[in-house]
Design a binder for this molecule. Sequence first.
Ligand code: DQA
Length: 143
Amino acid sequence: NRLLLVNGPNLNLLGTREPGVYGTDTLDDVFALASATAKDVGFDLRAFQSNHEGALIDVVHEAKADCDGIVINPGAFTHTSVALRDALTGVGLPFVEVHISNVHAREPFRHHSYLSDVASAVIVGAGVQGYEFAVRRLATVLA
Ligand code: DQA
C-alpha cells in the first residue's frame, strides 16, 4: 500500500517563495505532514519533486509498478502540460490534484487546469493542509 506524492516546479522553494501566497511551511514540512497522514491511513508514501516536466512524467510512469495512487501538485505545469495529463491518464492510477493557493482567486491563466477533469478530486486554497486532505481522500477512494 503505497502513495506517490509529486510536487512540480518551484515547490522546492516553499517557505521562502511568496510566503503571502504559499505560506511559510517548507517542502520538508509538506513531506512530513503527508507521510504522517499516509501512515495514519495505512499507506507508505514516496515523495518526489522536480522542476523538469520530463522527470515528473517519468516518476508518474514508474508509479504504475508499485503505487496505488498519486497526490500531485503540478505547479505551473497544471496550466500548460498536456504531456503530464497524458502520463496520468496513461498509467490510470487515481490521483488527487492539490494547489496550496486558491488558483481561482488569482490570474486568469491559473484558472484552467489540464488535469482537473481527469482527477479523482481537486483541492485548492487550503494551504499545505490540502496535502493532508488529498492523502485522506485518496485512501478513501482506494479502500
Ligand atoms: C500552485 C499554483 C500554480 O498556479 C503555481 O504555478 C504553483 C503553485 C499552488 O500550489 O497553489 O507553482 O500549484
